[in-house]
Design a protein around this ligand. Structure first.
Ligand code: ADP
Length: 176
């Protein structure tokens, strides 16, 4: 068991493509199939290369035959990315039945739990659920920042990597 205590992590912001970031773990806004998709997922698989997809296929075959449930997280190798691990998490689809904010919060909490298990000290998150899954940016940013602040972890730095100006502004407003 890890002991997730210690000083709260530094929360930092970056703008751009998360697959260009260096961190111990990069979080993927995956879909439950774990087999790739658009947005962050597509970029992670493109730049991570075949090792990431092979690891995801293994997880499908071994533990997640029905897919990774929404709100959960699981790690694989980072393949060719400048990281040790990718932590795949499945955000809720905005407006879908049962897709309440607690499920989006769970993505951040579970990803940090997996990061602690791995011993990751720097973790980069995209704005989960704010692309294809349609979550309003301001609310998603509020949930992301509040959840990370409330989650005990041994991670030293949590970096939010925002693709565009709007997302960056939404997260910056929460960190002020
Ligand atoms: P979801 O299906 O969880 O909504 P998406 O990947 O469609 O995930 O989008 C999540 C957020 O990530 C959106 O704000 C989108 O603009 C942003 N995004 C898309 N590609 C990248 C990337 N390569 N790096 C960082 N953020 C990205």
């Amino acid at each position: 068991m890890t002991d997730p205590t210690g000083p709260a992590p530094a929360l930092t912001l970056a703008q751009g493509d998360i697959t260009r970031e260096h961190a111990d773990a990069l979080v993927n806004a995956a879909n439950s199939s774990l087999l790739g998709g658009g947005g962050v997922d597509g970029a992670i698989h493109r730049r991570g290369g075949p090792a990431v997809l092979a690891a995801c296929r293994d997880l499908r075959a071994s533990r997640y035959g029905r897919g990774l449930p929404t709100g959960q997280a699981v790690a694989t190798t980072a393949g060719d990315l400048d990281a040790r691990w990718v932590i795949h998490t499945v955000g809720p689809v905005y407006g879908a039945p049962g897709a309440d904010p607690s499920l989006l919060a769970s993505c951040y909490r579970e990803s940090l739990r997996v990061a602690d298990e791995l011993g990751a000290r720097t973790v980069a998150f995209p704005a989960i659920s704010t692309g294809a899954y349609g979550w309003p940016l301001d609310e998603a940013a509020r949930i992301a920042v509040a959840t990370v602040r409330a989650t005990p972890t041994r991670v030293d730095e949590v970096r939010f990597v925002l693709f565009d100006d709007r997302a960056h502004a939404a997260f910056a407003a929460q960190l002020d």
